[in-house]
Write a protein that binds this ligand. Structure first.
Ligand code: WTA
Length: 657
């Protein structure tokens, strides 16, 4: 790979010369859950290692075999039976921990709730009874479109309890996107809220559900939590309030056992085509993976720790490290509904101080935002409870890593940079905080029980100091079991680039010590503020607008969001030549994308241009457009049909705000 730039502006060459090392503090290392030797132990017998992790859960029936592997289809803990919600809630209550706090919940306006494990058990049982009363049976899918509320967790666990796979759709997605997901997995019941609080104001969710359901005739019930008290349209016979139905249910519910491979949830994520993929996760292996990694990577001591994953439940990070991993481990977590600058830019630090958070897990984009706002917002807050920090979602640049360490971690907290994906279910590559001497910006090594490699085009393992593609070379318990309804796409997407390995879609480099640095996506997927968005999906939305002839979308590096969406558009008619019509159209197109996909997919810039750079065979040269968008020297333009086009586009870009 040529010298590239990673978010934050550092170049790869600079990364490889990173000399700083941070040893785990001795006191931390001495008490850590993961002790030296764990790597060797797992390497000696990988399946036995995972079996030991599975033994930490409560099974109604033990498995017969740890793994059945018929590439690319895996079954873990074959023949085993368990109930995921019992593992996350009931067993802790049965062990006498009912009064332990599961969630310190804080709403954006400042309202708070304390949910103990006993409270959560009652909520989950009531919700499970309610879903059954709506006719939901094992195997039926349920869509959840919610703000960050305790009810959101209860809804997910209630689904798990009755064996109904949930699909949680992030509240920032549009009605259109919600409808597509409901249709794809054929959900018949939707759980939502009137709205949630964002940036100091109520923000509606129910209207988007109403709009989505116009194209989802199979949905028969909508269960609505009252959160904001906003006026909502109501369809009698279909819509039912949570407080009317759920809160009247019995607070006990007998849970059935389900097979280890019973579907737990579907999470839609962007791929390289316009249609998002429904990533399927199942029960026993997934819960084993997320609880084990939560315990080892975050060094969880459930009696003492207050854990905060500051992410939305609508993403996989929320599923694995707000809900399933922490609850399986009996952890006390913080859950916060809103944005970090409401009402002021020290909101997070107030929360850390108030609940004495010990472990904070967030994304580099947020850290860079805090850097931009300045460290004065942290000053005056007592952050001394923190003992460990985590990062996820995109490569963390050394500058942000050092800032995180210094200003949030007070130079004393180890940082774990955790690489994983929706597809992997849980963390795959990360330091272990009591063992690893960390390097600012490196995810370091595959976890015990995980096998990964960096390979070249031909699938040859690269040496130290070399870059290539990240692959996972052995199945792992939390791995996706497929793409909902599309086994062929599963094979094609992940298992065809290299015949025997999982292709992650990320570039990576091994440094001189053999440690792994992640470099970002190598496919058409952008990473904007830690959210995966496909270039094709945005292009598809743009060309759906009547004024657009053609669109090419690239992810350009951005100092705060990692990547930003830049769209090059050729338009029909006059708009291209008339600057005032052009400006109006650009505004319209940005809103159009927000409507089709969601506000997170709004391009930072839309450049109207009479032509796009194409090869002689008519392929749009996105690589060149990325160079243009990042104001880089252009690479090889000789294969272009008309090399003058790029210069013209560059000039257009310079004129575009
Ligand atoms: C990127 C989020 C570098 C990567 C859990 C991956 C990372 C995609 C890291 C998955 C990290 C995630 N360092 N890159 N620590 N963590 N990524 O599915 O490109 O939303 O393929 O899962 O985010 O994003 P997803």
């Amino acid at each position: 790979m040529a010298d590239e730039t990673v978010p934050g502006g550092e170049s790869l060459a600079a990364l490889l010369h990173e000399q700083r090392r941070f040893e785990p503090p001795a006191a931390f290392a001495a008490q850590a859950n993961a002790q030296p030797g764990i790597y060797e132990e797992a390497a000696a017998d990988r399946l036995r290692f995972w079996e030991q992790q599975a033994e930490r859960l409560e099974w109604g029936q033990r498995w017969e075999r740890v793994l059945d592997w018929e590439l690319p289809f895996a079954k873990w803990f074959v023949g085993g039976k368990l109930n995921v919600s019992v593992n996350c809630v009931d067993r802790h209550v049965a062990a006498g921990l009912g009064e332990r706090v599961a969630f310190h919940w804080e709403g954006e306006p400042g309202d708070t709730r304390t949910i103990t494990y006993a409270d959560l058990q009652r909520m989950v049982c009531q919700a499970a009874n309610a879903l059954e009363s709506l006719g939901v049976r094992a195997g039926d899918t349920v869509a959840i479109y919610m703000p960050m509320l305790p009810e959101t967790v209860a809804a997910m666990l209630a689904c798990a309890r009755i064996g109904a796979p949930h699909t949680v759709v992030f509240g920032g997605f549009s009605a259109e996107a919600l409808a597509g997901r409901i249709q794809d997995c054929d959900a018949r019941v939707v759980i939502t809220a009137d709205g949630g609080y964002r940036r100091g104001a109520p923000s509606g969710l129910k209207p988007a559900v109403d709009e989505a359901l116009q194209s989802c005739p199979n949905v028969r019930s909508v269960l609505v939590v009252r959160r904001t008290g906003q006026d909502v349209a109501w369809q009698e016979g279909r819509d039912v309030w949570w407080h009317d139905l759920v809160e009247r249910q019995p607070t006990t519910h007998e849970a059935q056992l389900f097979d280890a491979e019973h579907p737990l949830y579907i999470m839609y994520t962007s791929g390289t085509t316009a249609k998002p993929k429904g990533i399927l996760h199942t029960s026993g292996g997934y819960l084993t993976h997320v609880s084990a990694t939560h315990r080892l990577v975050f060094d969880i001591k459930p009696e003492q720790d207050v854990f905060w994953t500051a992410a939305d439940i609508g993403w996989v990070t929320g599923h694995s490290y707000i809900v399933y991993g922490p609850l399986a481990n009996g952890t006390t977590s913080v859950m916060y509904e809103g944005t970090p600058d409401t009402p002021a830019r020290d909101r997070w630090w107030q929360i850390v101080e108030r609940y004495k958070v010990t472990i904070l897990y967030t994304a580099p984009t947020t850290i860079r935002t805090f850097m931009k706002w300045g460290e004065q917002h942290l000053e005056g807050h007592d952050l001394s409870s923190l003992r460990l920090l985590g990062s996820v979602g995109e490569p963390i640049n050394p500058e942000a890593w050092m800032w995180y360490r210094r200003h949030v971690g007070g130079e004393r907290c180890p940082i774990v940079d955790t690489w994983w994906q929706t597809e992997t279910g849980g963390i795959m590559i990360s330091p272990l905080p009591g063992i690893t001497a960390t390097k600012p910006g490196a995810a370091m090594r595959p976890l015990p029980g995980i096998s990964a490699d960096v390979v070249d085009d031909q699938g040859r393992s690269v040496g130290n100091g070399q870059g290539g593609y990240l692959v996972l070379t052995e199945p792992w318990p939390g791995m996706l079991r497929g793409i909902w309804g599309d086994p062929e796409r599963y094979r094609q997407t992940y298992w065809s680039r290299f015949p025997n390995w999982y292709f992650a879609g990320d570039g990576a480099k091994r440094d001189e010590d053999g440690d792994i640095w992640l470099l970002g996506r190598v496919d058409d997927v952008m990473n904007v503020s830690g959210h995966r968005i496909s270039t094709t999906e945005v292009e598809h939305a743009l060309v759906g607008h009547p004024a657009v002839a053609e669109a090419a979308v690239v992810g350009a590096s951005d100092p705060t969001t990692g990547q930003a969406i830049v769209a090059f558009v050729t338009v029909k008619g006059e708009a291209a030549d008339d600057p005032s019509a052009g400006a109006v159209l650009v505004g319209e197109l940005r809103n159009h994308v927000a409507k089709e996909i969601g506000p997170i997919a709004k391009p930072r810039q839309i450049i109207l241009t009479p032509e796009l750079p194409k090869t002689r065979s008519g392929k749009i040269m996105r690589r060149l457009l990325r160079d243009v968008a990042e104001h880089r020297e252009l690479g090889d333009v000789t294969t272009l049909m008309d090399p003058t086009v790029v210069n013209m586009i560059g000039e257009k870009l310079a004129q575009t705000p």
